[in-house]
Ligand binder design. Structure first.
Ligand code: SF4
Length: 422
């Protein structure tokens, strides 16, 4: 097995299988009846089937099965949080350890056969706003059904958050381009630097519109000093880091506020860029942290200091520049929030200061774009012909959940367009 189509330089690089190791891992699969792994893959990849193909040596067929179910096969094979999806439900977990499903997925995807431009007769044209995982998946699935998909992307490069904000050391351009090339090969059209203010206007020229803009704004903590130039959001920082514009971090002290996977991406990227000290400040404890264990360990291995049960109070400046962040210790109360986690409260008199040259808030994303539209369970909306999905409609989630939304939207749009043509 030589000549892999994708040179995978992403997260799996440390564990990447060769044919021998992939075959041994595939042999461990129990081929369960009613497999729980498949049910817990948001993209519904037929996991036991593709593992069986690897086991029998037909890697290209395994890649085909994966791509058919998940149009973002390369990206998800590299950065999908398997710990909370497929691998978490693997039956082998109760015997020894779960099958390394994501790594087998990633391994097989490398051997995908070259695809060529497919000319489908295009009778309808669908406008998609946003080229991130939901929009791209929807476009690919529509194109496969013979519906012309045109993606309007506000930025000058396609791919959404994975392409703009996931650090290169986790997700390389090669992996992202592999999925984009697949879309282009199916005839999906991209209109870049195209901001759409009113999706309904597109209904004049297109049979339906899918809004998949994601959540383009980072939330802020709203404490004194927030307007200092050395205080930025995770999204802005990760975009700069991905473009290689973070040399200024060398020997600088960085403090990150947040407790999710994005905060760990930021921490790992800052450490990678040569920051002398990286603190991650989180107002709850390790149990409440909603992160993937492997990424938490990775951040700690890179020397990131995690300050649990700590909350920021004020950004302090000297000579107009950020010099430290005043923090306060917290404790967890018995009250639960909507996510079922205990709500923290501050402990008076426990303020202390952490020196910092740069502060980055990684406490989630938001959007104020067209919030008055109501989204139904099939991703149609209160406006006929307009569909919406991905993080914008559902709230922050994972890439593979946006893939699921993109597939559902493509089915709903196809039904809508065909019904209208009857
Ligand atoms: S897409 Fe994610 S959940 Fe689905 S098989 Fe691949 S790694 Fe597992």
């Amino acid at each position: 097995m030589t000549n892999p189509k994708i040179e995978n330089k992403g997260k799996s690089v440390n564990h990447q299988f060769d044919y021998f190791r992939a075959s041994l891992e595939a042999e461990r699969c129990l081929s369960c009846y009613d497999p729980p792994c498949r049910k817990s893959c948001p993209a519904s990849i037929p996991i036991p089937d593709f593992i069986r193909s690897i086991r029998s040596g037909n890697i290209q067929y395994a890649a085909k099965l994966i791509r058919e179910a998940n149009p973002l096969a390369a990206v998800c094979g590299t950065v999908c949080p398997e710990e909370i999806f497929c691998q978490n439900r693997c039956t082998r977990k109760s015997i020894d350890e779960p099958i390394k499903i994501r790594e087998l997925h990633s391994y097989a995807t490398q051997f995908e056969v070259e695809y060529s431009m497919i000319e489908y007769p295009v009778e309808s044209r669908i406008a998609i706003i946003g080229s991130g995982p939901a929009g791209l998946t929807c476009a690919i699935k529509l194109a496969e059904k013979g519906l012309g998909a045109v993606i309007f992307e506000q930025s000058d490069q396609p791919g959404g958050v994975p392409a703009s904000s996931i650090p290169q050391f986790r997700l390389s351009d090669d992996v992202i381009n592999s999925d984009l090339d697949y879309a282009k090969g199916l005839g999906v059209e991209f209109k870049l630097s195209a901001k759409i203010d009113n999706p309904q206007v597109l209904l004049n020229d297109y049979n339906a519109v899918f809004i998949a803009t994601g959540l383009p704004q980072g939330r802020t903590v709203n404490i004194p000093g927030e307007n200092l130039p050395e205080v930025m959001t995770a999204l802005s920082f990760l975009e700069e880091a991905r473009l290689g514009k973070c040399e200024f971090l060398k020997s600088k002290k960085v403090i990150i506020i947040g407790g999710g996977n994005v905060s760990l991406d930021v921490a790992a990227a800052a450490a990678n860029e040569g920051a002398s000290e990286v603190h991650l400040v989180y107002r709850r404890g390790p149990i409440e942290m909603k992160v993937w264990k492997s990424e938490l360990e990775e951040a700690q291995n890179r020397g990131v200091i995690i300050d649990f049960l700590t909350s920021p109070v004020e950004y302090k400046a000297e000579s107009g520049k950020l010099s430290s962040v005043t923090c306060i210790r917290t404790q967890l109360t018995e009250k639960l929030d909507s996510s079922g986690r205990r709500i923290p409260e501050t402990i008076p008199g426990t303020e202390f200061s952490i020196p910092a040259d740069l502060a980055i808030t990684a406490i989630g994303l938001t959007s104020d774009y067209m919030k008055e539209i109501k989204v139904n369970s099939d991703l149609s909306t209160s406006v006929a012909g307009i569909f919406a999905g991905g993080d914008w409609a559902r709230g922050e989630g994972t890439i593979v959940e946006s893939v699921r939304d993109g597939k559902l939207a493509a089915d709903s749009i196809t039904t809508y367009v065909k019904d209208k043509q009857r």
